[in-house]
Write a protein that binds this ligand. Sequence first.
Ligand SMILES: Nc1ncnc2c1ncn2[C@@H]1O[C@H](COP(=O)(O)OP(=O)(O)OP(=O)(O)O)[C@@H](O)[C@H]1O
Ligand SMILES: [Mg+2]
Length: 371
Amino acid sequence: MENEPTILNGRYKLIRRAGAGGMSTVYKAQDLSLGRLVAVKMLHETLTGDAEFLRRFQQEAHAAANLSHSNIVTVHDIGQDGHLYYIVMEYVEGKTLKELIRQQVETTGRPLPINRALELVVQICAGVGYAHRAGLVHCDVKPQNVVVTRDDRIKVTDFGIARALSQTFSGDDTVWGTPQYFSPEQAAGQAATPASDVYSIGIILFELLTGRLPFEGENPAALAIKHLREAPPPVTRYNPAVPQQLERIIGKVLSKEQAGRYRTAEQLGRILTAYQQSSREETGPVSSTRRNPAGAAGQNVAERETVFYQQQTPPRGQRREEINPEPVTVHIPVPAREGTDWTAVSLGILALLSLLGLIPLWYIIYLRYTG
Ligand SMILES: Nc1ncnc2c1ncn2[C@@H]1O[C@H](COP(=O)(O)OP(=O)(O)OP(=O)(O)O)[C@@H](O)[C@H]1O
Ligand SMILES: [Mg+2]
């Protein structure tokens, strides 16, 4: 590439290397046909030697190519040039969420503000949730697979590739995915489900709010055991500013049992959006709710969040307001009585007058029977 630019199939001119991961190298490239910038993801040759992997990879890449959502990196094309196998995607100008987290901690010594962290995660949920609805599980949700643009828009990438890997190699002792972020069931070698992606998003949320991972390990096996057996530390241990209710949501998302979590990323997104909304309505900015955890405001949010947990998943496309119908009216006590109810007073006076009017009657009856 140093001397002559590589042009794949006469169409994609590789400009520079954008990054590399375990499976591939990504290039910033130009689509000569349409005259636009694209990202070309070139699979490592160690993987392209396996015919079964390639077949599944292509199958999954096609499924990913049908996903069209503002929080998902669009797949434009998939191709082969000699022994090079590649995917052409929308080029996203920005940094990965991993880089963002690292830079934030390095420059400020603190994790991201809670509101911003939630806004980013809600967008991840929107993208991954959309895929869940389309019947696709990501299997490798991690901050390295999330690109953040300069104006804080999220784009999730690499749909389907991890799934292709796990299907090809399941059966041997290899666990596929990224050990810091994979779910207990993936750690146990089982197939990933939408709830597995939800768990991984929970790990990302933990990392965003604390600047560190819930589980650290010497090697993938040690990490797998922790995901399977060890309770995650409470988020507030590392960031006391996190409100109790948010901590409870994270606790649920990181349940070992899939049934204990939210079922899809869309559902988690709705819970987090409702949480943000309720915190704003009730206590002002989310990040300030912890100031007085025992106070009345904090208590109200607690009750309302408990209600959120009990909500059933609404039919697709239902609005948030319908999922959580006016929790404020349920939990905020209304003062006992305000002003005078004149109707009640008038009725009371009438009743009293009627009673008084009966006195002469009772007196006549009394006189008749005694006299
Ligand atoms: N669509 C894109 N637009 C711009 N840059 C991208 C795009 N996709 C990926 N990148 C960059 O390329 C880097 C490498 O991505 P890649 O998916 O190959 O590796 P990874 O996600 O770190 O690891 P893994 O192979 O396990 O997924 C990313 O970290 C990101 O910086
Ligand atoms: Mg990736």
